[in-house]
Write a protein that binds this ligand. Structure first.
Ligand code: SF4
Ligand code: FES
Length: 588
């Protein structure tokens, strides 16, 4: 484990209470630490300050200094430094913590400012809350209730602006709800680096739009929906599908790549309705890619495996496990693990390989990184396989030019340009007759480069979530759970151990992968290991050096950095992303 560095602290005073905060902390954030809310719309902790909504107005003061000595003047009545209060209100979002800084957030002047700003914002905002998709998470609605005057003096007609404008394939704009905070514009400029949005016209007629001939279609477009404080921007995938107060959220990790974006999965009665980013300042800030938000669709995919089969016939899962163990115990076995499996599953896969005295492979998955939140390594957990000892080297997916799907010599490219492979030596061993049975834990061996002919030469046991060429060829098929249906951990590109939780139950009758794998280990003659995550972590902490003193329950929500030193000589696929730089001198 690696401890984070300690910041420089300075003391500020908010509403008479002192707090020490890191130098330069924004005063909205400093107040938040004291449990004091400074209402705001345009401020966002991960964007530059625009200062255009004026909702965060506060009174500000600094210690008065003696002009001669430059020392603070003392107030004889209180015995404390005298404060020079600025006569006009100041926006808190553009004020950073400085030594001795004082702010007041509850005075009559501040209250009057907030009421005035709310009244102005609501002049042209439609009163369509009952049919607005933002209901339940609308900052304008919340702050009108908390800080508004409760009535309007506006008797003229409201402006009418464009409704239901598709800014791009995934984002819809209701312009009359827009409060012109410019968060979406700044996000596109500063984070997505796709300067596509802007305001046109002046005053009450200001309108958000795309530049002529452009569309909001970058792979981060849905972050504008997340940060829009009102219902102006909505997701075409989610809008009008479900009221948010019916949904529960579960912390999860995006499995799209080794960045390990922290997410929240929103579900109701076993059905997932959307995925949004979860803040982790060390990994993804408050952002995630659009493509990662769609991964939940795999849960209800039509080709989901829900029944254990032996030789194509449905059997109880226990019987399939026994048949699989019998088949694998005959010898000449190879184990293929997955970089999409959790740390716990990879540990059990290693135990199974040891029990069977079988060599283990891992399927590699390499694509183009986007320099932001999708890395070149499209497996979320290759480092888990290294740390648990399932593999010793990074899978080699072959050269830049992908070989053909039928060659079986190192990798194939899928339609998204992701190269999948790493089984070239396994293919050779099957061809040479040295491997007669293959256990695949969650990987389609054909997608990974084995040919149908090679699969025909080996008895295949497949533990997986969806039907594919491997499940079709397998002697034994055991259905498994998706990342949304189980508890576990991944180790991301920074060697950060991060946990995810089950958001929805798996299909009826499908056992947790840990249960299936631990039963397989035992049936193959190995040790009895826990088939659930908390119990298994006692074994992981005892047997894996990097996990000493760690338990699943105590793992922080933002993860724990492991020491990557022992893997420094390996050639990882990732280039630079938002909070990751490949180590200097690392092999590339
Ligand atoms: S659409 Fe939303 S995020 Fe964009 S400027 Fe308007 S209110 Fe702000
Ligand atoms: S938050 Fe909008 S001006 Fe400060």
């Amino acid at each position: 484990m690696i401890a984070p560095p300690k910041p420089d602290l300075i003391t500020v005073n908010i509403d008479g209470r002192e707090i020490a905060v890191p130098k330069g902390t924004n005063m909205i954030e400093a107040a938040r630490l004291l449990g004091i809310e400074i209402p705001h719309f345009c401020y966002h902790p991960k964007l530059t300050v625009a200062g255009n909504c004026r909702m965060c107005l506060v009174e500000m003061g600094l210690p008065a200094l003696d002009p001669a000595t430059k020392q603070p003047l003392m107030d004889p009545a209180t015995g404390r430094p005298k404060i020079n209060w600025v006569p006009k209100p100041t926006i808190a979002c553009f004020t950073n913590a400085a030594p001795g800084l004082h702010i007041r957030t509850t005075t009559p002047l501040v209250k009057d400012c907030r009421e005035g700003v709310m009244e102005f914002l609501l002049i042209n905002h439609p009163l369509d809350c009952p049919i607005c998709d933002q209901a339940g998470e609308c900052k304008l609605q919340e702050q009108a209730t908390g800080y508004g005057r409760g009535f309007s003096r506006f008797v003229e007609r409201k402006n009418v602006k464009p409704k239901r404008t598709a800014l791009g394939p995934r984002v819809m704009l209701d312009d009359e709800r827009c409060i012109l905070c410019s968060r979406c514009i700044r996000f596109c400029q500063e984070v997505a680096k796709d300067d596509v949005l802007g305001f046109v016209d002046r005053g009450s007629y200001s309108t958000l739009t795309c530049y002529p001939g452009r569309r909001l279609e970058n792979n981060y477009s849905l972050n504008t929906v997340d940060i829009c404080p009102v219902g102006a921007l909505t997701s075409t995938d989610f809008r009008f599908k479900m009221r948010v107060w019916f949904l529960k959220t579960t912390p999860s990790i995006c499995a799209e790549s080794s960045v390990g974006v922290n997410t929240e999965v929103w579900s109701r009665e076993g059905v997932i309705h959307r995925i949004t980013p979860r803040r982790n300042d060390e990994v993804n800030d408050t952002w995630m890619a659009d493509s990662g938000r769609l991964l939940y669709k795999q849960v209800a995919a039509a080709h989901r495996l829900t029944e254990a089969k032996v030789a194509g016939t449905g059997v109880p899962a226990d019987e399939a496990v026994v048949k699989a163990a019998d088949l694998l115990k005959r010898g000449g076995v190879a184990v293929v693990g997955s970089g999409r499996s959790s740390v716990e599953e990879q540990f059990l896969t290693r135990k199974l390989a040891e029990t069977l005295q079988a060599p283990a492979w891992l399927v590699g998955r390499v694509g183009q990184g986007d320099g932001l939140l999708i890395s070149a390594d499209r497996n979320p957990n290759v480092r888990g396989a290294l740390v648990t000892g399932l593999i010793k080297a990074i899978p080699d997916v072959g050269d830049a030019t992908p070989p053909s799907r039928s060659s079986g010599d190192g990798g194939v490219a899928d339609p998204a340009g992701i190269r999948v492979g790493g089984l070239a030596s396994l293919a050779a061993q099957i061809d040479a007759g040295k491997v007669m049975a293959v256990l695949s834990v969650g990987e389609d061996l054909v997608e990974a480069g084995l040919t149908a002919a090679q699969l025909g030469k080996a008895a295949v046991v497949y533990l997986g979530t969806h039907a594919n060429a491997t499940s079709a060829a397998a002697r034994v098929v055991i259905p498994a759970l998706t990342v949304f249906e189980k508890n576990g951990t991944f180790i991301n590109q920074q060697f950060r151990l991060q946990k995810f939780a089950a958001a929805v139950p798996g299909p009826r009758g499908v056992a947790d992968d840990l249960v299936t794998l631990s039963r397989l280990v035992h049936a193959a003659g190995g040790p009895a290991l826990a088939g659930e995550v908390n119990g298994l972590w006692a074994t992981l902490a005892a047997e894996v050096r990097q996990f000493a003193a760690i338990s699943f329950a105590s793992l922080p929500a933002t993860g724990l950095l492991l020491d990557p030193a022992e893997f420094a000589g390996l050639r990882f696929a990732e280039g630079e992303t938002l909070h990751f730089k490949p180590a200097a001198g690392a092999p590339r």
